[in-house]
Write a protein that binds this ligand. Structure first.
Ligand SMILES: Cc1cc2nc3c(=O)[nH]c(=O)nc-3n(C[C@H](O)[C@H](O)[C@H](O)COP(=O)(O)OP(=O)(O)OC[C@H]3O[C@@H](n4cnc5c(N)ncnc54)[C@H](O)[C@@H]3O)c2cc1C
Length: 412
């Protein structure tokens, strides 16, 4: 095995975790970690929270798993982009991401032969089509966060956030806490309908309104106006909201285009089996992976915990296939958190058709709510400022607890 070469594409959370795991599992061959950003691997969650608020610096974002690539004997090549893949031939095509950027960028476009490939190319922020005005931002990278922070620091700063998803809502909260005038626009009549029930979605609206954010629901954006710089957002109902800064938070697109003709199945992510295997000697992990979860079916999640867990799992899975060892399917209970104002919002598992609050209340903005399916089986738990119960809920769901057990433990 020592002669083998594993290439990890995507040098962020899932990719760095996979590369570290390969070494921890005793893999002695070549590990190459390729990323198109010029920065060493870093954490994204603070970008909409403490980093955007200026409360933490760049160094604190750096991922511990890749703090010392040399010590791990990982060949970290930054500023290098995968541009094509041939799964049958086991070849990856790469090219500099931008002239002069990063350590990998000195190379001309070339082809890398691999024995194993770990795809961890994540996702990018969806942009508003046809908008090319200064002062309009998306938030995915540290460079995006730096640009938004600089715009927030300029005065006057009237901020419009388009989309009340988690990232939009966090940016709105951070901007408001910085004393800026903030409007948040959501096309649906309550936020986060894919992820939360309506009452919980409206609790987020109440939280923001309570802190002075002007939240507009059920109205879309018709256009952005301005000469070179944005000066306003025109809504579907004809209203214009003046804006110096617009942050667009309308979801993400998985980064799969580079693998279009590879022989892999691509459909809203790299499609994998229940063990994250996407093709011969290829696994996919993190935000880009759409795998067959034994409990929930085909799913792709955009969550920090999953990127770490699946990064580790994918590395082990690849090594196990070479060792001829069977592996259990990848079947985590998904979980994520969001920090908005002084609330920590956490979801363990998945929302369900039915829901009941077993501790606290929406009015207190501190509660534990259990979701269940049409048959009354628990599917998940939503907590606000109840981190212990969120952890307990994840463990209960892992152990297939029933509603009575969930109520007992989480309601106490
Ligand atoms: C602002 C923000 C706040 C967040 N907050 C939370 C939170 O509070 N809680 C939570 O659970 N999750 C949060 N997340 C989500 C979490 O950060 C992601 O789930 C996680 O970053 C996914 O890691 P990943 O490695 O799979 O993908 P990514 O972090 O997207 O990394 C993929 C990497 O691959 C690179 N890449 C793409 N294409 C190529 C290519 N062709 N060649 C080479 N490199 C390529 C990308 O540039 C990127 O560096 C947040 C995300 C953002 C952006």
């Amino acid at each position: 095995m020592s002669e083998r070469r594993i290439v990890v594409v995507g040098a962020s959370l899932a990719g760095a975790q996979a590369a570290q795991t390969l070494r921890r599992q005793g893999f002695e061959g070549v590990v190459e970690l390729i990323g198109d950003e010029p920065h060493p691997p870093y954490n994204r969650p603070p970008l909409s929270k403490k980093y955007l608020a200026g409360e933490t610096d760049y160094d604190s974002l750096r991922l511990r798993s890749m703090a010392d690539p040399d010590e791990l004997n990982v060949d970290l090549r930054l500023g290098l982009r995968a541009t094509g893949l041939d799964v049958e031939a086991h070849t990856l095509h790469v090219a500099p991401a931008e002239a002069g950027a990063g350590s990998g960028a000195t190379a001309e476009p070339h082809t890398i032969n691999y024995d194993g490939l770990i795809i961890a190319t994540g996702a990018r922020a969806r942009r508003l089509p046809g908008v090319d005005l200064a002062g309009v931002f998306e938030l995915r990278t540290v460079d995006d966060a730096d640009a938004i922070r600089a715009a927030f620091d300029a005065t006057p700063s009237r901020v419009v956030v388009i989309g009340a998803g988690f990232i939009g809502a966090e940016v709105a909260a951070t901007a408001r806490e910085a004393g800026l005038e903030v409007t948040m626009i959501e096309a649906q009549d309550s936020p986060l309908q894919r992820v939360l029930d309506r009452d919980a979605g409206m609790a987020i609206v109440d939280l923001h309104r309570g802190h002075g954010v002007d939240v507009r629901l059920g109205v879309g954006v018709a256009s952005l106006v301005g000469d070179d710089r944005v000066s306003g957002v025109v809504l579907d109902d004809g209203t214009t909201i003046e804006a110096d800064v617009v942050v667009v938070g309308i979801g993400v697109i998985p980064n799969t285009e580079w693998a279009e003709d590879s022989g892999l199945t691509i459909d809203n992510g790299i499609v994998c089996d229940a063990t994250c295997l996407a093709g011969s000697d290829v696994v996919a992990v993190g935000d880009v992976a759409r795998w067959d979860h034994p409990r929930y079916g085909l799913m792709r999640v955009e969550q920090w915990d999953n990127a770490v867990d699946q990064g580790s799992y994918g590395a082990k899975r690849l090594l196990a296939s070479w060792a001829g060892e069977a592996v259990d399917p990848y079947a985590p209970i998904p979980s994520f958190w969001s920090d908005q104002f002084d609330r920590k919002i956490q979801l363990s598992g998945m929302p369900g058709e039915q829901f009941e609050i077993v501790q606290g209340s929406l009015d207190e903005q501190r509660f534990v709510q259990i979701y269940s399916d049409a048959h009354g089986a628990p599917t998940g738990a939503l907590t606000w400022n109840r981190p212990r119960q969120s952890m307990q809920a994840r463990m209960l769901l892992e152990s297939d607890a029933d509603m009575a057990e969930m109520r007992d433990t989480l309601g106490g």
